[in-house]
Ligand binder design. Structure first.
Ligand code: ZN
Length: 331
């Protein structure tokens, strides 16, 4: 299979988003140590609204300027080393402010659909520029913040206009309809790559956009019991390097579902989930040996344990002749 190790490169969206060093830079360096051992390349979906906003405050607050310079330097280095830098949009940065005490987060407009079509066009354009001015013009892939990609007609004109032609957001059976999130990926094609136009879960061979879905894997309730238990124990092996706090995504109802019956889960290199990578790859390879296997991850969720599991996974993947690459190298 063609393996894509994708990372949403971002702070947390809660009241305490975390420091740049511990939440992004340090865990990314740890991930690179692992990737370099296997000559593997990552795809970084950079939360570019954060970059744009940081830059906006850089002239007034030296600490914001220092953070901007540090993130920019890491993104430059990633690009030079052959990793993919692509677009991830969390539009709530439009409403966040910065002062001597740091960030004041406002996530009331978390979904991009909270903005008008004209505003979305402006956001996509500015956020893409925040990346092109660092790494040049090769920004063509997108992952929606919080998977909020639908209804797609509100985003389509802006993405097209700004040359975004590949999406990697959807996943089988994905469904979330809450105060902050909305998406419904049920009924999407059972394919690891397809074209679309009107809706990312409806194939259209003539469509402008290519979808490369995030892979999924059927996970037994036992795993989530172990997951909940290990989190409770909090051994240092399972502690994240990050120092921020998430907004809390998993609802009580979906937690109950995961603890009681098998659920499709995103294939992820985050925390304890990294232990499932190998089995997930085998299961997906049985279905479509020449297909794409897209793993999601976040520097903010890296733990010593997840790094070891990723290392093992890459070792076995190369023995079994799976390739690990970037969207830029294949698409
Ligand atoms: Zn994100």
């Amino acid at each position: 299979m063609r393996i894509f190790l994708t990372l949403d490169y971002e702070l947390f969206s809660g009241a305490n988003p975390g420091s740049v060093e511990k939440t992004i830079l340090l865990p990314t360096r740890k991930l690179l140590e692992v990737a370099d051992r296997h000559d593997a390349k990552f795809v970084f979906f950079v939360d570019s609204g954060y970059l744009a906003r940081l830059r906006h405050f850089a002239d007034t607050y030296p600490s914001a300027g220092a953070d901007y310079d540090a993130v920019r330097a890491q993104i430059e280095a990633l690009d030079n080393a052959g990793h993919d830098i692509q677009l991830h949009i969390h539009p709530h940065w439009e409403d966040c402010t910065y002062d001597a005490n740091g960030w004041h987060m406002d996530t009331s407009r978390f979904r991009i659909h909270s903005f008008s079509e004209a505003e979305i066009d402006d956001i996509v354009g500015r956020y893409k520029s925040a990346l092109t001015e660092i790494v040049g013009e090769n920004i063509f892939a997108y992952r929606a913040g919080g998977w909020c990609l639908q209804p797609f007609d509100k985003l389509r004109p802006a993405l097209k206009k700004h040359g975004i032609r590949l999406d990697s957001t959807v996943y089988e059976d994905g469904l979330n309809s809450s105060q902050t999130h909305y998406y419904d990926f049920r009924g999407m094609p059972h394919k690891t790559l397809y074209r679309f136009e009107e809706d990312p879960v409806r194939e259209d061979p003539q469509g402008y956009f290519v979808e490369v879905p995030i892979s999924t894997y059927a996970v037994s309730p036992l795993f989530f019991w172990r997951f909940a238990w290990t989190k409770k124990l909090g051994s240092s092996d399972h502690r994240v390097y990050a120092d921020g706090v998430g907004a809390g995504g998993t609802s009580g109802a979906s937690m109950v579902r995961m603890l009681t019956r098998p659920t499709k889960s995103l294939v992820s290199m985050d925390g304890l989930r990294a232990s499932l990578l190998q089995k997930a790859l085998d299961a997906n390879a049985r279905k479509e040996p020449d297909g794409n296997f897209v793993v999601i991850g976040h520097p903010k969720a890296v733990t010593p344990y997840s790094l070891r599991e990723l290392d093992r996974f890459l070792q076995r993947a190369s023995k079994k002749r799976h390739s690990v690459g970037t969207f830029a190298s294949y698409m």
